[in-house]
Design a protein around this ligand. Structure first.
Ligand code: SF4
Ligand code: SF4
Length: 354
């Protein structure tokens, strides 16, 4: 079978599978907001692709009073804001449970904790499934060998143990699989691994070239061809088991319009040194749009990431062209083969109710 035939067969099987599911691009909206709150940068693991850059974001841990003050900065739009607690490893924060309760009290639309599964400080005993909308567990391989190679010895067992414990306590759980050339070969094993566990959502992430992965010279990222032939197919298989699957769009089709989330959405990536970004791939640079000073959100002077958001180039995302041009390709006349979508543009596959 030629590569082209294989590609066409994959597309045909995707079309059949999608007949029983709903696939949609999640449009950006100013009416809803996302607050990605890094309450510390410390972590017990040292993943190969870790995106945390302590040179840019320091290594301090916010105390609980500061966390509450900073949550209050965003409380005027809490009802339309999804809050995600991040680190480092957020459960290393001894007062995470108090932060969660404050978030609930302020009325955030949803509260999520992203965790590597170690669940420090008995967090599951200190918050209830009513306090948290999602606990999101990171796993980067279907086997111990591959996952632990990326995330560290013993991390596979810990994340699976933590996930099962959380499910037993009725927490809504999701899983995040960050795809790289070190683990893409095991993505197709994931439907069998997770079916029946009881997770509700599965997120496929692309390696963001920041933090440690930026030093890997782009070699961790999978090729365009591998991405387009593998990700939608596996996502469809997982969704066919009743799990909502989300993955980044990455490559826009010819008829799709490029939009920069920095201009048309309302996202905040807050770090414990007070920097607030609107674009995650700017995080390796001092290009943040805002800073938190004396518990107020203050706009930073030019030049910052906001100055990039309005720039229009044929390749799509300006930051992508500057820091990860390896995923661009051109036809003979110099036209880009694809526009690169905003890194926050997602495809979502919703299983149709049965
Ligand atoms: S990727 Fe997450 S779990 Fe891994 S070292 Fe970085 S902060 Fe820790
Ligand atoms: S990833 Fe690109 S398109 Fe998205 S917010 Fe950043 S600069 Fe804009």
């Amino acid at each position: 079978m030629t590569e082209t035939t294989r590609f066409l067969l994959i597309l045909a099987s995707q079309r059949n599978a999608w007949d029983s599911m709903k696939k949609q691009t999640v449009a950006f909206s100013k009416n809803s907001s996302n607050l990605f709150f890094h309450i510390l940068t410390k972590c017990n693991l040292s993943c190969v692709h870790c995106y945390i850059n302590k040179e840019q974001h320091g290594d301090n841990t916010l105390d609980i009073d500061t966390i509450k003050d900073w949550l209050n900065i965003f409380s005027n739009k809490a009802g339309r804001t999804n809050l995600i607690f991040l680190g480092g490893e957020p459960t290393l924060h001894k007062d995470l449970h108090l932060a969660v309760k404050e978030a609930k009290h302020l009325g955030f639309k949803s509260v999520t904790i992203d965790t590597n599964g170690y669940l420090f400080h008995d967090i599951l005993d200190k918050v209830s499934c009513k306090d948290i909308d999602f606990l999101s567990f990171s796993l980067d391989g279907a086997t111990k060998k591959t996952n632990d190679n990326i995330r560290g010895e013993g991390s596979y067992d810990k994340v699976m143990e933590g996930l099962k414990k959380a499910l037993l306590k009725n927490f809504s759980c999701s899983m995040i699989y960050t795809v790289s050339d070190m683990n893409i070969h095991e993505l197709e094993l994931m439907p069998d691994l997770i079916t029946g566990l009881g997770i509700k959502r599965f997120f496929i992430q692309v390696i963001g070239l920041r933090g440690k992965s930026s030093k890997a010279d782009g070699t961790l990222r999978v090729s365009k061809k591998t991405w387009l032939t593998t990700i939608p197919e596996v996502a469809g298989k997982i969704a066919s088991h009743g799990i909502i699957v989300t993955y980044p769009k990455v490559f826009l089709l010819k008829n799709e319009t490029f939009q920069c989330a920095g201009s048309v959405a309302d996202n905040y990536f807050v770090f414990p040194n007070g920097r607030v970004y609107q674009c995650p791939i700017c995080e390796d640079f001092a290009l943040h749009s805002y800073e938190i000073r004396q518990n107020e959100l203050v706009a930073t002077p030019k030049i910052n990431e906001k100055d990039l958001f309005g720039l229009t180039i044929p390749e799509g995302c300006v930051m992508n062209k500057m820091i990860q041009p390896q995923n661009l390709s051109y036809s003979r006349d110099g036209t880009p083969d694809h526009q690169i979508a905003c890194c926050m543009l997602k495809e979502e596959i919703l299983p149709k109710p049965g």
